[in-house]
Design a protein around this ligand. Sequence first.
Ligand code: FAD
Length: 434
Amino acid sequence: MVAVSSWGRLGSWEHEVHALRDRRQVPHTIRTFRPGIAYGNGRSYGDVCLNPDGHLWKTSLLDRFIDFDETTGRLVCEAGILLRDIQRLMVPRGWILPVTPGTQLVTLGGAIANDVHGKNHHVFGSFGDHVQALKLVRTDGEAIECGPAKRPDWFAATVGGLGLTGLITEVEVQLHRFQGPWLDTETVPYGNLGEFFNLADDSESGWEHTVSWIDCISGGGGGGRGLFMRGNFAQIDARPEPQSRPISMPMLPPVSLVNHLTLRPFNTAYFHLKKFRSGGAVTHYEPFLYPLDNLLEWNRMYGPHGFYQYQSVVPRAVGHDAIKAMLREIANSGSGSFLAVLKTFGNRQSVGMLSFPRPGVTLALDFPNKGEQTLRLFQRLDDIVREAGGRIYPAKDARMPRDLFQSGYPRLDEFLPYRDNGITSAMSRRLMGN
Ligand SMILES: Cc1cc2nc3c(=O)[nH]c(=O)nc-3n(C[C@H](O)[C@H](O)[C@H](O)COP(=O)(O)OP(=O)(O)OC[C@H]3O[C@@H](n4cnc5c(N)ncnc54)[C@H](O)[C@@H]3O)c2cc1C
């Protein structure tokens, strides 16, 4: 048994870990050691990738490139490969993954199982929109090949399917032809939510990437100041690529470094510094799209009790009021962190039955785990999300109540027949009962 945790470090639990090394052996391994759940790179914050006291199928050694067509950009890989390894091989060839989340350190299988989104949802949708085909192995030995044009029901269940329909071994993904690793970027400060929505609307047609940092404790008095960042890949003459080496959080601090003493001064200083330096710049795609990837194990800064992320999406029509209400609750609680993101999703439906992205506005915020106090705040945020007709993101979740999952994901009943009964996770037991 090995102690395993996820990104939020809310605890670590004993698992019987089985490293999958060869995709031909996957059927045998997952049939023998079941019920279990796939574990990619553990970048999910909560319990979607955990199965305490049970089997865990670790996919990170299923990391082979299988085929690439340089003229069409069709890439076939094993599902345990990291998106970073795809990008670093393909970007110099003029191809890029159309959709990546805020870290490249996730596996292909993990990106599909949570149907991840990036800063360009309004242009490219979510990850599943670019998957042409995948191979799924079930714990009874059945192999299923599916894609948007082949067995699309299995595809729609597996994209965003939280790893519960089978183990994905191989993926064919369509890369995007692009103009090189540099982006023209702009940072625009905003003073309140109204200004944020205006900037988001104005930027949708002309900017491929849009995201904003929001000062989570400025929302109390109707504020909600932040920094809106947008960028477009551009044909820019070669320049030296950033050479910064990854550094690690050197130790686990005895208490969270994010607390009521540090949060306000940090947010104020960050806002004013960035405001002072706002305007246009040329930025390499890695620091722009994955700003934290060079600080390894930054999740340790929350100390021994770990942290939660609360990410919700609410429909656009009620977005302003719902986000304002959430920010007010957060400001009143004095909790939160400097890692707070506000972003609009484009007006498109996701392919997966349980995909998180939907038209609307999404707020994502980290919270140091202060036990009951934090959970009580989340209940108040849940009420706002429920009332607004929104949903919580399972990839970030470790505690959402079952009724909110059911109301947020109306295709749940359609999804359930596709579940593999040899697969279970802490999240599936919590939210689906088995
Ligand atoms: C710093 C940071 C930034 C992030 N930013 C974003 C963001 O902008 N947008 C976003 O959408 N997400 C974001 N995330 C969340 C992250 O993208 C997802 O949690 C992603 O699914 C993690 O992938 P993983 O490979 O680590 O998978 P894990 O976390 O290990 O597993 C995730 C799910 O995938 C399943 N799974 C993994 N491999 C397979 C397989 N081969 N077959 C079947 N199921 C499988 C697991 O069972 C589990 O259900 C962020 C996470 C971090 C830490």
